[in-house]
Design a protein around this ligand. Structure first.
Ligand SMILES: *[C@@H]1O[C@H](CO)[C@@H](O)[C@H](O)[C@H]1NC(C)=O
Ligand SMILES: *[C@@H]1O[C@H](CO)[C@@H](O)[C@H](O)[C@H]1NC(C)=O
Ligand SMILES: *[C@@H]1O[C@H](CO)[C@@H](O)[C@H](O)[C@H]1NC(C)=O
Ligand SMILES: *[C@@H]1O[C@H](CO)[C@@H](O)[C@H](O)[C@H]1NC(C)=O
Length: 209
C-alpha cells in the first residue's frame, strides 16, 4: 500500500515539474522586417511587413538587397476581411488585385508540440525563445516549425516544409527589427491608383509571410 502511494506521488509530482510551457499568444499588431529563403528558387528576399491580425490585414513591401537599402519595389497589400489582395508596383505606380490566401496569423496553434527552449545570442545579449512544431509524437513528423520569443511571443523564425520528398518545397523565414503596434496606418491604405485596379492572376509568387 505504501509502495503504491509512493509511486502515485512520484507520478503526480513528476508530471507537475516536467510540465511543458503552454503556447503563448502572439501580439496582434506589429511591424517587422523579414527575410524569406525559398529553397526552390534558391533566393533570399527581404521584406518590411506591417501586420494587423485584429483586422486580418498585412502590408508586405519588398526590400532591395544591401545595394539599395530600404528601397521598396512592390507591395502586397492583403486585406482578408475584404477578400482582396492588391499587388502594387511602386516604381511604375500600377496595381492589380486578386483573391488572397486564407488568413494565417503568426500564432502558435493551441495544440502545437513543444520542441525546446533556448537562449539566442551570447552572454549579455540574449533572447529566450521557445520552439514549436506541428509534429505528432510517434505519428507524424513536422511540417511547420516556429520559434517565438518566450516573454512577449514575437515571431523569430519559421520553417514550412510542404513535401519531405522535395527539398525545394521548403520555405524558411526569419523575422527581426520588430516594433509593436501600427506605426504607420497608411501602410494599409491602397494608393489612389489602385482605385481602378482590375482583377488579375498574381503575377509573381506571393511571399509566404
Ligand atoms: C513594375 O512595372 C514595370 C513595368 O511594367 C516592370 O518592368 C517591373 O518589372 C515591375 N516591377 C516589379 C517589381 O514588379
Ligand atoms: C492539431 O489539430 C488539428 C486540427 O484538429 C490537427 O489536424 C493537427 O494534426 C493537430 N496537431 C497536433 C500537433 O496535434
Ligand atoms: C530542386 O531544384 C533543383 C534546382 O532547380 C533541381 O535541380 C532539383 O532536381 C530539385 N529537386 C527536386 C527533388 O525536385
Ligand atoms: C478611375 O476610373 C474613373 C472612371 O473611368 C476615372 O474617372 C478616375 O479618374 C479613375 N481613377 C484613377 C485613380 O485612375
Amino acid at each position: 500500500m505504501l509502495r503504491v502511494s509512493l509511486v502515485a506521488l512520484l507520478v503526480c509530482c513528476g508530471t507537475t515539474f516536467a510540465q511543458t510551457p503552454a503556447p503563448c499568444m502572439t501580439p496582434e499588431q506589429f511591424t517587422m522586417r523579414a527575410s524569406q529563403y525559398d529553397h526552390k528558387d534558391d533566393v533570399i528576399n527581404r521584406f518590411y511587413v506591417a501586420y494587423d491580425s485584429l483586422n486580418k490585414r498585412r502590408a508586405i513591401f519588398e526590400e532591395q538587397d544591401v545595394v539599395i537599402p530600404g528601397r521598396q519595389f512592390r507591395e502586397f497589400l492583403i486585406l482578408n476581411n475584404d477578400n482582396l489582395m492588391y499587388e502594387i508596383n511602386l516604381s511604375q505606380k500600377t496595381c492589380t488585385k486578386s483573391m488572397p490566401r486564407p488568413w494565417r496569423p503568426y500564432a502558435i496553434p493551441a495544440n502545437a508540440t513543444f520542441e525546446t527552449e533556448y537562449y539566442i545570442g551570447g552572454p549579455g545579449e540574449q533572447v529566450f525563445a521557445t520552439e514549436w512544431s506541428d509534429r505528432i509524437p510517434y505519428r507524424q513528423r513536422e511540417y511547420w516549425i516556429g520559434v517565438f520569443s518566450a516573454n512577449n511571443c514575437f515571431p523569430i523564425r519559421e520553417v514550412i516544409i510542404a513535401d519531405y520528398r522535395n527539398v525545394n518545397s521548403t520555405i524558411t523565414s526569419n523575422f527581426y527589427d520588430i516594433v509593436e503596434g501600427i506605426p504607420n496606418p497608411n501602410d494599409f491604405i491602397p494608393p489612389e491608383y489602385c482605385q481602378n485596379a482590375t482583377f488579375a492572376m498574381p503575377s509573381v509568387k506571393v511571399p509566404y509571410l
